[in-house]
Design a binder for this molecule. Structure first.
Ligand code: XBP
Ligand code: MG
Length: 252
């Protein structure tokens, strides 16, 4: 049976489109904590551990629980965390609009090449939608809403990555089957999420915090998408081949 044709690329954001975690989200969390008069300060190493919990609000809840912090009464905790997270999002957006966070090597090239080749694109991320907009509006892909058909982000689904909900949401919106999609991710939860949604072709671009993650189930793992000038770069042809192999091997 012929392998299904590749129709769409589904891009993760944090760690994939841009290195946003260490010098972006982490800084924004610490600025929000300071603004709230809290003496919490997530170091690079501590944040790396907390990243195994996806979702900023979920990450704060985990920190509060693990450190037995009495942030608010039981009834008010949800609200207190939500307020803290809203402040963090404001700080993150200001940071991105201010100093800016560059898109990773090869992202602009591949997005434009994929659109030129007639592939459909979506963004599939755990982060808050406003963060995606701030990042993209201040990048070389400011026209991203013309390029990506669906922006599947944050609380739009009940279960965040590693659950497959957010990938399934994007595919449902685009009326696509998993066999028509290839996911581009940077982390174990991201890979697990794509696989949970039935996607077999997953390209991993390693990011600051995910060098030691387990990517056994990935189709391929690279340091980055690479710029055409570099000898190793990922293009539409390479992705098409990856997709065909992923769907032709019986043990996928
Ligand atoms: C990464 C995440 C997000 C960000 C922080 O998302 O897990 O929670 O760390 O963003 P992805 P929020 O790799 O799927 O893009 O604070 O808005 O959740
Ligand atoms: Mg990611």
């Amino acid at each position: 049976m012929a392998s299904p044709a590749l129709e769409a690329l589904l891009f993760d954001v944090d760690g994939t489109l841009a290195e946003t975690e260490r010098d972006g989200h982490r800084i924004a969390f610490n600025e929000a904590f300071r603004e709230a008069g809290l003496d919490w300060d997530w170091s690079v190493e501590q944040y790396g551990k907390l990243l195994s919990t996806t979702g900023g609000k979920e990450r704060i809840h985990r920190f509060v629980f693990e450190n037995n912090i009495n942030l608010a009464s039981e009834n008010d905790l949800e609200r207190a965390v939500a307020d803290l997270h809203a402040s963090k999002t404001r700080h993150y957006m200001a940071l991105v609009k201010g100093t800016g966070i560059p898109l990773r090597p090869g992202v602009v090239r591949l997005v434009r090449e994929a659109r030129g080749a007639g592939l459909r694109l979506a963004i599939v991320t755990t982060t808050t939608p406003a963060n995606v907009d701030a990042l993209m509006q201040n990048s070389e892909l400011a026209d991203y809403k013309d390029l990506f058909e669906v922006i599947a982000a944050g609380d739009i689904v009940p279960n965040k990555k590693p659950a497959g909900d957010i990938y399934q949401f994007a595919m449902d919106k685009m009326n696509l089957q998993a066999s028509q999609c290839l996911a581009i991710e940077d982390s174990e939860p991201g890979l697990a999420s794509a696989r949970d949604a039935g996607i077999r072709s997953v390209l991993i671009t390693l990011s600051d915090y995910t060098l030691e993650h387990n990517f056994k189930e990935a189709s391929r793992v690279v340091k980055s998408l690479g710029d055409a000038a570099s000898d190793m770069h990922i293009d539409v042809d390479a992705l098409t081949k990856m997709h065909t192999e992923a769907w032709s091997s019986t043990d996928a």
